[in-house]
Write a protein that binds this ligand. Structure first.
Ligand code: NAD
Length: 485
C-alpha cells in the first residue's frame, strides 16, 4: 500500500508513476517518532499531468450511466471492507488514533459514508420537469480534492465518492502527513473497474502541488477539508478562474446543557466528543455551556471522565487517547494550556502544567472560562475542554453563537422539543439533540467560517453537479436523459 509496493507513488491515468521531482517527504509515526516511509514531494508537473488525465477521462466516466457508476463504487466499498484491519493499522500508525477506534471511525465509518452516497445517487432526482423545461443535473467536470490528516480515509471518501457518483473525475492531493490510505483507495477503485484517469492521486505539499491544482485552469471545482486559514487562501486562489469551491473547515463546537437536563451525563458525553482522536476532530464539542447553578455537578462529572482516560500507545487495547499528530502540534496545544491559565481559567480536571514525553498530551478541562478568552474562541485541535457558565437560556444561546465558527453543536434538555427549539437558534450546520449522532445520509458542513457547502448523501453529490434548463418549445418537457435511476 505504501510507495514501496508500487512502481512509483503518484497515481496518474491509471498507472503508478514516479514524480518529476526527486524529493521525498518523510511520514512518521506520531506515537514512536519512527519513520514509516516517505512519499513523493510532488511537482507542479505531476499536478498538471494528473489534471490532464482527469480531463481526458471525463467523457468516458461521465458517460457511464449513473447506476453503473454506483456499481463501481459499491464494489469499491466491498473491497475496502476486506481491508479494515490493514487500513486501521496503517492509519493508527500515521495519525495515532487508538486501534479499536481506528477500525470504526477511520475505516468502517468512511465505508458507510461511501455506501450512503451510492444509495443517495439512486434516491435523488437527477432531473425535474417544470412546465416546458427539463431541469437536468450534469457532472461539474474535473474536481480537485484536498484533504487533511485527522480522518484521512473518511475525508477522502466523502469527497471522492460524491464526485464520482456525480460523474466527475478527480485529482486527490492527500495530506502529506497521512497519505497511505489514498493508495489503498486507488487500488480498490482500479479493482472495482474505474476507468483509468477518473481518479488520480498526487502526493506532495500544499505549497507546490496544492497551489498548482487550485489555480489550474483545467480544474472545474475544488473540495477542501482543512484549516480555516488554508481554506481562506484556497478560496481566494481559486477565484482567479472562478472555480466552484466547497470548504469544510474548523470548529469550536458548543454543547448547551439546559436547566433540567441530566448535567452529569451531558458533561461526560460532551467530554467524549471533545477528546476523541485526542481532540483532533473538526466536529469536536469543545465548549460546554452549563447553568451556573449546576457548574459544580458538571465539574465533578468531568473529573470522573478525565480520571478514566488512559493516554498512551494507540496499539494497547486499554488506551483511550493516543498521541497528538506531531511535536509541532503538541507545542501549539501546550501553548493554549498556558494561555488558558494566564487568562484566568481554572483547571478542574487534568493538569495544564503536565508535559509528557513524545507527542502525548493528557486531557485538561478548564472552568470559569469566559467567552472572550482565547481558549473559548480558537480551535485548539487537542484534548482541551472549556466550561462556560450561564444565568439564563438567552445568554447560553449568545455564548454558543459567540464564535467565528459554526460547524457543530449539541443541546441537552429535559425533552427533545425544548432542546430542538434551542438547537434552531444555534448558528451551526449540525446540532445533536440529547445525544443525536451525525447521520451519514444527512448534510455535513458548517455555517460562517466553518465552511461553504455540504458533504454526505444527496447534498454531497449536488456539490459536484451543474444544473441545466432544457426549455422545449412545446408546453411540456417530455424527454429524459438515458441512464438515470
Ligand atoms: P491544513 O489546512 O494545514 O491542510 C489541509 C490540506 O491542505 C493538506 O493536504 C495540505 O497539504 C493542503 N494545503 C496546505 N496549504 C495549501 C495551499 N496553499 N494550497 C492548497 N492546499 C494546501 O489542515 P490540517 O492540519 O491537515 O488539518 C487540520 C484542520 O482541518 C483543522 O483546522 C480542522 O478543523 C480541519 N478539519 C475540518 C474538517 C471539517 O469537515 N470541517 C474535518 C477535519 C479537519
Amino acid at each position: 500500500m505504501t510507495g514501496v509496493e508500487h512502481a512509483g507513488d503518484q497515481f496518474i491515468a491509471g498507472q503508478w508513476v514516479g514524480s518529476t521531482s526527486p524529493d521525498r517527504l518523510p511520514v512518521t509515526n506520531p506515537s514512536t517518532g519512527a519513520l514509516i516511509d516517505a512519499v513523493c514531494k510532488g511537482s507542479a508537473e505531476d499536478a498538471d499531468a494528473a489534471v490532464a488525465a482527469a480531463r481526458a477521462a471525463l467523457a468516458e466516466w461521465s458517460g457511464f450511466p449513473v447506476l453503473e457508476r454506483i456499481e463501481v463504487l459499491r464494489r469499491t466499498a466491498t473491497i475496502l471492507e476486506e481491508k479494515v484491519e490493514d487500513l486501521a493499522s496503517r492509519i493508527t500508525d500515521e495519525v495515532g488514533t487508538p486501534l479499536s477506534l481506528s477500525r470504526d471511525v477511520q475505516v468502517r465509518r468512511p465505508i458507510q459514508v461511501l455506501r450512503a452516497l451510492c444509495d443517495a445517487g439512486i434516491r435523488m432526482s437527477w432531473t425535474e420537469q417544470l412546465g416546458n423545461t427539463l431541469v437536468a443535473h450534469e457532472p461539474l467536470g474535473v474536481v480537485v480534492a484536498i484533504t487533511p490528516w485527522n480522518f484521512p480515509l473518511h475525508q477522502t471518501l466523502a469527497k471522492v465518492g460524491a464526485a464520482l457518483v456525480a460523474g466527475c473525475t478527480v485529482v486527490l492531493k492527500p495530506s502529506e502527513v497521512a497519505p497511505f490510505s489514498s493508495y489503498a483507495l486507488a487500488d480498490a477503485l482500479v479493482e472495482a473497474g474505474l476507468p483509468a484517469g477518473a481518479f488520480n492521486v498526487v502526493t506532495g505539499t500544499g505549497q507546490i502541488v496544492g497551489e498548482q491544482l487550485v489555480t489550474h485552469p483545467g480544474v472545474d471545482g475544488i473540495t477542501f477539508t482543512g484549516s480555516t486559514a488554508v481554506g481562506r487562501h484556497i478560496a481566494a486562489a481559486a477565484a482567479g478562474t472562478i472555480k466552484r469551491v466547497a470548504l469544510e473547515l474548523g470548529g469550536k463546537g458548543p454543547s448547551v446543557v439546559l436547566p433540567g437536563a441530566d448535567v452529569a451525563a451531558a458533561a461526560k458525553a460532551t467530554a467524549a466528543r471533545c477528546f476523541t482522536n485526542s481532540g483532533q476532530v473538526c466536529a469536536a464539542l469543545s465548549r460546554l455551556i452549563v447553568p451556573r447553578a449546576e457548574l459544580a455537578e458538571a465539574e465533578q462529572a468531568l473529573q470522573e471522565f478525565v480520571a478514566a482516560q488512559t493516554v498512551g500507545d494507540p496499539r494497547d487495547p486499554g488506551t483511550t487517547m493516543g498521541p497528538l499528530v506531531s511535536s509541532a502540534h503538541k507545542d501549539l496545544v501546550l501553548s493554549y494550556l498556558e494561555q488558558g491559565v494566564a487568562e484566568g481559567a481554572r483547571a478542574v480536571a487534568g493538569d495544564p502544567y503536565r508535559v509528557d514525553d513524545g507527542n502525548f498530551v493528557a486531557p485538561v478541562v478548564f472552568s470559569d472560562v469566559t467567552p472572550e478568552m482565547t481558549i473559548a474562541q480558537e480551535e485548539i485541535f487537542g484534548p482541551v475542554l472549556s466550561v462556560l457558565a450561564y444565568d439564563d437560556v438567552d445568554e447560553a444561546v449568545e455564548i454558543a453563537n459567540n464564535s467565528q465558527y459554526g460547524l457543530v453543536g449539541a443541546v441537552w434538555g429535559p425533552d427533545d422539543d425544548g432542546a430542538a427549539e434551542i438547537a434552531n437558534r444555534l448558528r451551526v450546520g449540525m446540532v445533536g439533540i440529547n445525544g443525536g449522532r451525525i447521520n451519514v445520509d444527512a448534510p455535513f458542513g458548517g455555517y460562517r467560517q466553518s465552511g461553504v457547502g455540504r458533504e454526505f448523501g444527496t447534498f454531497g453529490i449536488m456539490e459536484f453537479l451543474e444544473t441545466k434548463s432544457l426549455n422545449f418549445s412545446g408546453s411540456e418537457a417530455i424527454r429524459r436523459p438515458a441512464g438515470l435511476p
